[in-house]
Design a binder for this molecule. Sequence first.
Ligand code: NAP
Length: 287
Amino acid sequence: MSAIIMDGKQLAAQIRDTLKDEVAEYQNQSVQPGLAVILVGNHPASETYVQAKQKAALAVGIRSYLIRFADNVSQGELLAKIAQLNNDPQVNGILVQLPLPKHIDVQTVIDAIDPEKDVDGFHPLNVGNMQVGKKTLLPCTPFGIVKLLKAYNIPLQGKHAVIVGHSHIVGRPMATLLLNENATVSVCHAYTENLKEMTKMADILIVAVGKKHLITGDMVKPAATVIDVGINREGKRIFGDCDFDSIKDIASHITPVPGGVGPMTIATLLCNTLQAARSQSKQPVLV
Ligand code: NAP
């Protein structure tokens, strides 16, 4: 039997519809939420992501400001801009599009963002709050994946989730959010021995590596849920980390690439921006 395709595009559209109403209602009581996006250089994939984020923000009524820097911008200039945005009441969320050029220390830049405006959920204070299970701004991709799993009623409690990839933006926060849902979590990475033995044990397999078709059907447990985070570009085509064709008749659920995790990442960024605006204006968080 063929797996159920987890349609992130459709769920993201539903979330945007809800957000549009909530942003309109928020505006009646307060001001329009604002999202500042900082883009350094003109990396084609980053340009695409930033455009998609801005378009989605505008569609739900969030004001979006794009701040561009050349790729030789100094770290000091970048930090000065972040300090200015931290103090700008029109800006509720600040996002620095990654990757940054090598001469800039990413963690120093993330640390400079006001945690209340850190809509990517990467600031150590928000990471710590997430670890202890406090309501906070959550990293967009793992947050979107949890929403997707819940929308498709995938049981998490007591299930074995195997995550491939342990980056700070996907793998590690994903592990935390699933632990917070009482899943049993294993995290694999480049040094994991016998990756296949691990992935075959997964009730829920989440792959965030950046290697086209790293995971094939023979590495998947029958009836598992497979979440493919990978984005691998070949010309105009995009491939996931999972070989969809060899997995689709083994898994019970699978995300497509594109149209799975990507749109959810953008939808949760918008949720975070509204949440940030609400908490800055001391309004209750609804989303
Ligand atoms: P990253 O920072 O490069 O991390 C990749 C991870 O994969 C690392 O933990 C690395 O381990 C591990 N890894 C590398 N080779 C491996 C192998 N052969 N077997 C097992 N693990 C291996 O990447 P990322 O930022 O997490 O992104 C991962 C992928 O997701 C990329 O394709 C990215 O474009 C995509 N992505 C998509 C979205 C979305 O919204 N759809 C969002 C974010 C990222 P070591 O550290 O030990 O080398």
